[in-house]
Design a protein around this ligand. Sequence first.
Ligand SMILES: [Zn+2]
Length: 180
Amino acid sequence: MAASSPEESPSAGPRLRIGHGYDLHRLEPVAPDGPGRPLIIGGVRCDQNRGPVARSDGDALLHAVTDAVLGALALPDIGELFPDTDEANEGRDSAAFLFEALRLAGEQGYRPVNVDATVILERPKLKPIKGEIRANVARLLGLHESCVNVKGKTHEGVDAVGEGRAIETHAVVLMERADH
Ligand SMILES: [Zn+2]
């Protein structure tokens, strides 16, 4: 009989799985001046006159985190699970997408361990609201704040992101099999 590795059990899949998520939304003047929705980052609403164009609430950070969770489990991505052509997703709170991704991961026996995310945008500066965003993302994931990191960057005035016409996000999520 072959000895089974403590790191990997073929029947249950690897103990640890890593996922990456990326998102970008165009930022436009917020209604009624344009098609933008109020800017929401990690569930935290920002008072800005430009916001994302999206079918859902356009929370680019939660979209990247959701895709990272799904990606870790090699599940269909957020656009496949929640198409922006589906009117059921109109104005939808993106936390619902994250909860569904966590539910699907949980069905396979996995839960999140830690998250590292980067938000790239010109305005607002993330620093004053970073703590609130981090706490909220941790709450949504059921993680201690020490296991969630959110970094803010600008795009140095270059390209659409740098000109304040888009928000870009990246997230890496580590998942572990819950039987450990
Ligand atoms: Zn998105």
